[in-house]
Design a protein around this ligand. Structure first.
Ligand SMILES: [Zn+2]
Length: 323
């Protein structure tokens, strides 16, 4: 196994010292996908009884993930569960590659996501069309063997005396997003259900690529609040406190975007004009806009794709009104 890892790592971009402990039995690996820090994280839970991962990141980051596990002194044979919030390739594209190094691990995924892990061709084609050059930075997913997949929408994972992990659906960003609550630090791994968090600014922005489901997103945020979490763990990126205030703030931000975009679409504004409206009328985006516009990946994912999701949603709402 060690030789296989060494072989994979040789000659590829690998960054070390990318791990940190962020809570009791909990670690974060910065995957530095494409060389970008604070972009995609993998969370590792280590208890006496269990070692598990939440999110793998994309194929291209697996060498960095293996490096992180080695820094954390994780024995690869001990990892028995890999979970992903949803199957967008920035979160789970690396599962097929990673499993080659984790002989005893099963993958927990929403039932709608599982088939796309077994046969990733359709997922890859849609990733290329939605993400463009970002899909090339992430890399094509390798297939996952059917018998390693466990498909569920809700349940509890026993972590031994230290506590448990409860998972449940938080739809909206995708039609198959799961979130995971851990009761030993009282935090929730929210995938993309709470937006993108920028630790440099201590702010969030929507992550709402088409097809985006606003009502489902709002319902998911209410469900997340009902767990009364203290902490949030964002895949993009990192741990924050003040969880309930942030979830409520994100809900308000989604409703604000909806209002801005609905009004702009009703006035037949161009996509570029709608982008301007969102970046100037949402005060949080106002603070983030020069950072986002200057960021190779976020200019695409957090501006273009997220606003496209709202535009598509607004057009559907207006079609319904006409009908
Ligand atoms: Zn994402």
């Amino acid at each position: 196994m060690i030789n296989a890892v060494t072989k994979l790592l040789r000659g590829q971009y690998v960054h070390t010292n990318n791990t940190k402990q962020i809570g009791k039995n909990l670690y974060l690996i910065d995957l530095e996908t494409g060389g970008f820090k604070n972009f995609i994280g993998c969370y590792v839970i280590k208890t006496a009884k269990k070692t598990m991962l939440i999110e793998t990141g994309p194929t291209s980051s697996i060498p960095n993930l293996l490096c992180g596990l080695s820094e954390l002194k994780v024995n690869l044979e001990d990892v028995d569960t890999v979970t992903v919030s949803h199957i967008h390739i920035d979160h789970s594209g690396g599962v097929g590659t990673l499993l080659k190094y984790l002989p005893n691990a099963k993958v927990l995924v929403h039932p709608k996501g599982g088939p796309h892990m077994v046969d990733p061709e359709k997922l890859w084609a849609s990733s290329q069309s939605v993400l463009g050059f970002v899909s090339e930075i992430c890399g094509k997913p390798e297939p996952v063997e059917q018998d390693r997949i466990v498909s569920m929408t809700e349940g509890t994972i026993n972590l031994g005396e230290e506590g448990k992990l409860t998972f449940f659906e938080t739809l909206g960003h995708a039609s198959h997003n799961l979130s995971f609550h851990e009761n030993f630090n009282n935090g929730i791994f929210i995938g993309d259900a709470g937006g993108v968090y920028f630790p440099e600014f201590n702010l969030t922005s929507p992550t709402s690529p088409p097809p985006f489901y606003l009502e489902a997103s709002i319902a998911s945020l209410d469900k997340l609040v009902s767990y009364r979490p203290s902490l949030l763990y964002y895949t993009h990126f990192g741990k924050t406190d003040d969880a309930i205030r942030r979830l409520r703030g994100y809900k308000a931000q989604l409703l604000m975007w909806d209002k801005i975009v609905q009004s702009a679409v009703a006035q037949n504004k161009s996509f570029e004009q709608i982008v301007e409206c969102v970046l100037t009328e949402d005060p949080l985006m106002n603070m983030l806009s020069s950072f986002l516009r200057g960021h190779k990946i976020y200019s695409k994912m957090a501006i273009e794709n997220s606003i496209s999701g709202f535009v598509e949603y607004a057009k559907k709402v207006q079609m319904k009104k006409v009908a």
